[in-house]
Design a protein around this ligand. Structure first.
Ligand code: AMP
Ligand code: TRP
Length: 326
């Protein structure tokens, strides 16, 4: 059995991009692997957070994990800050990383907007992510393609430590879906769909109601030639919608192109609204059921305990190999 680890930040607005790029894989992988899914609250505080809202968002993400089908009997679900090994290993890995490689991270560059001074947490964010992964001897990391560079850094750090000390870490691999790996913003298909974009119609959140879904899809940017055809370069808007339609419905892009031959974007979008509403309905229902339950808190407590036990074994080995502690 392979070990799988992934995480999502509790920063609100979990959207179709998160679902199709990451969460859907979480569910598929738990059938044949040992999966650990984390709510990475310590990554969230790399930018200022309101403490009350953060606590709520942690539970939102936990409930959404379960609502999309993560099964706590098969997988471990827990909150990052409940397991001290993440911060501990992060420091050790910080001491193995270089400012040069961290400065090259595109997420850091865009979040710090190339300012001369930026929050240190944003800078070392990828090292904490590497710690998350290596702490569990992870083989596979299911993520969206926007995380490729971070996964590469994690691999580099693991290889570096293994080469300069005793073999300490498993070198993990990223797992990206072909479709859904990168869902673009509905209002601007040159940008990825994101939790933080100001325009709420740029994304479809998993908990959006039917009216909102309809409005966002009907308003989505397309092009003026009116032909439903996949061409990511010249027709990025409709290609993004085709991608979403395809993953949600299970129909291939070619099948969809055929289905909408001779029809306009209006018909296509109307059907996509229905497909999206139908796909999100059961998720929303399960979410409502569990979000304020005692069961959810128990799952997180149990998850932290199980994750803690695994992480302690790794930390013992790491400390030994680094000559730390007694
Ligand atoms: P984040 O929202 O940054 O915590 O991301 C959680 C997971 O969703 C990560 O695996 C990301 O790679 C993935 N993800 C975020 N945005 C998108 C997107 N627009 N398309 C596909 N995957 C995404
Ligand atoms: N950086 C990831 C994101 O923004 C979230 C994350 C943190 C993560 N730690 C992780 C993903 C470990 C996979 C594995 O999407």
């Amino acid at each position: 059995m392979k070990r799988v680890f992934s995480g999502v930040q509790p920063t609100g607005n979990i959207h179709l991009g998160n679902y199709l790029g990451a969460l859907k894989q979480f569910v598929e992988l738990q059938e044949e692997n040992e999966c650990i899914y984390c709510i990475v609250d310590m990554h969230a505080i790399t930018v200022p957070q309101d403490p009350k809202a953060l606590r709520e968002h942690i539970l939102d993400v936990a409930a959404l994990y379960l609502a999309v089908g993560v099964d706590p009997k098969k997988s471990i679900v827990f909150v990052q800050s409940d397991v001290p090994g993440h911060a501990e290993l992060s420091w050790i890995l910080t001491c193995c990383s270089h400012t040069g490689e961290l400065s090259r991270m595109t997420q850091f560059k865009s979040k710090s907007q190339n300012k001369e001074s930026a929050p240190t947490g944003l800078f070392t964010y990828p090292v904490l992510m590497a710690a998350d992964i290596l702490l569990y001897d992870t083989d596979i990391v299911p993520v969206g393609v926007d995380q490729t560079q971070h996964i590469e850094l994690c691999r580099d750090l693991a290889i570096r430590v293994n080469n300069t000390r005793k073999k300490t870490f498993i070198v993990p691999e990223g797992r990206y879906l072909k479709e859904g790996a990168r869902i673009m913003a509905l209002d601007d298909p040159s940008k990825k769909m994101s939790k933080s974009a100001e325009n709420v119609h740029s994304r479809i959140s998993l908990l959006d109601d039917e009216a909102k879904i309809k409005k966002s899809i009907m308003k989505a940017t397309t092009d003026s030639d009116g032909v439903v055809k996949f061409d990511a370069e010249n027709k990025p808007g409709i290609s993004n919608l085709l991608n979403i339609y395809s993953v949600l419905s299970g129909m291939s892009v070619e099948e969809l192109e055929k289905k909408y031959e001779g029809k306009g974007y209006g018909d296509f979008k109307k059907d996509l609204v229905q497909v999206t509403v139908d796909a999100l309905k059961p998720i929303k229902a399960r979410y409502e059921e569990i979000r304020h339950s005692e069961e959810l808190l128990e799952i997180l407590r149990d998850g932290a305990k199980r994750a803690g036990e695994i992480s302690e074994k790794t930390m013992k080995r790491v400390k030994e190999n680094f000559g730390l502690g007694f």
